[in-house]
Write a protein that binds this ligand. Structure first.
Ligand SMILES: NC(=O)C1=CN([C@@H]2O[C@H](COP(=O)(O)OP(=O)(O)OC[C@H]3O[C@@H](n4cnc5c(N)ncnc54)[C@H](O)[C@@H]3O)[C@@H](O)[C@H]2O)C=CC1
Ligand SMILES: O=C1[C@@H](O)[C@H](O)[C@@H](O)[C@H](O)[C@H]1O
Length: 338
């Protein structure tokens, strides 16, 4: 079966995913595209032979759409995801699931009322081979019980529109999700420390930031978010356990020796760093939809948890306090007991 996908939001990542679904993934075809900017929708739709539809509701309702991909701006995600659930169609939503905890819970409740999972959230790091190896090592018990995790998330630059809150909401949100998954543990508190700011930033921005998370089992996580680090896009993660440590590998790169120097390139953006992870994420999602299976990737509950934890981190940044994350009890459908 070819899964016919309707796309809501034909901006940067929407266009990337349309290309991916068309040229990289087998078993999928993009049949409908919408964007509040119709010219953008047409530009993305025409090369892949898709129709342009007037809005997200039309995409969800279309007879030639089996599954929905939401890649519009964050504050619009909840409406489109709720429409897809109401129509009983599988929906892949780029992060964040929604920008408020209330909207995330509305989605969780709608999905539970529907009776089976339809929603997958676009936290692609769970599909990165390095993170998957890290998880295997941790689960095998090779490093003993994890005690500490040291992480860094560095971008070379960000535009002036990037705010201090986005360090948590837009950037650290990936670590929040992948660490909950890696450790099979919940983040219960968050704190932010702001060291000396880099001179290479727009003046309004607190950069770098150090985020300190504590999990329910007592694991301590420190995360450096540095979005004007200049030198490249650099993702680091090292888990320290009772018996040893395990470190995320750097992406493979050739070593060059010349003129008395030995060097390896550092990637400069997340597109290259996580290209294979995005491909695997969509390959597995499409295969699941084609088979009629419930999605196995990041769930609506994971989207809710990430939104609550990153909002608490913004509060921690603004108040200087240690902030409890205060998640609701996890329902049984999402692996909890409530
Ligand atoms: N997983 C990842 O690593 C990444 C995820 N993202 C997420 O993807 C989403 C989109 O980001 P970008 O593509 O970078 O933004 P963008 O601004 O390039 O594209 C968003 C598009 O959505 C359209 N749009 C907004 N509201 C709409 C609505 N209600 N209906 C139809 N179209 C609508 C806009 O006109 C725009 O073309 C964001 O939620 C962002 O956080 C973005 C980059 C990386
Ligand atoms: O999602 C992403 C961006 O929105 C964000 O701004 C970057 O910091 C992340 O690395 C990237 O994966």
């Amino acid at each position: 079966m070819t899964v016919r996908v309707g796309v809501i939001g034909a901006g940067w990542i929407g266009t990337e995913h349309i290309q991916r679904l068309t040229h990289t993934i087998t078993g999928a075809r993009v049949t409908a595209v919408t964007d509040i900017d119709p010219a953008r929708a047409a530009e993305a739709a025409e090369p892949v032979g898709a129709r342009v539809l007037p809005d997200g509701a039309a995409v969800v309702a279309a007879d030639d759409v089996d599954a929905v991909l939401v890649t519009s701006w964050g504050p619009t995600h909840a409406e489109h995801v709720l429409n897809a659930i109401a129509a009983g169609k599988p929906v892949f939503c780029e992060k964040p699931l929604a920008t408020t905890a209330e909207d995330c819970l509305r989605i969780v409740e709608a999905e539970q009322a529907h009776g089976r999972r339809l929603v997958q959230v676009g936290f692609m790091r769970r599909y990165d081979s390095g993170y998957r190896q890290l998880k295997e090592v941790i689960e095998a018990g090779t490093i003993g019980e994890p005690l500490l995790v040291h992480c860094a998330h560095r971008n070379p630059t960000v535009p002036e529109s990037y705010t201090s809150a986005m360090a948590a909401l837009d950037t650290a949100v990936h670590e929040v999700d992948v660490l909950r998954w890696l450790l099979d543990d919940e983040i219960v508190s968050t704190q932010v420390i702001t060291p000396r700011a880099t001179g290479k930033r727009f003046g309004h921005l607190k950069d770098p930031q150090i985020m300190l998370f504590e999990t329910a089992k007592g694991v301590r996580i420190d995360l450096e978010v540095f979005v004007n680090c200049r030198y490249g896009y650099d993702i680091q993660c090292e888990a320290v356990g009772e018996e040893g440590l395990v470190r995320l590998p750097d992406p493979a790169a050739v070593g060059v020796r010349t003129a008395g120097r030995h060097s390896t390139a550092v990637l400069t953006d997340w597109v290259g760093r996580f290209r294979d992870a995005f491909d695997t994420e969509f390959r597995e999602w499409i295969a699941g939809v084609a088979a009629g299976d419930e999605p196995t990737g990041p769930s609506a509950w994971d989207g809710y948890a990430a939104t609550v934890i990153t909002a608490a981190t913004v509060e921690a940044l603004e108040t200087g306090a240690v902030v409890a994350t205060d998640l609701k009890p996890r329902p049984a459908r999402y692996g909890g007991t409530a």
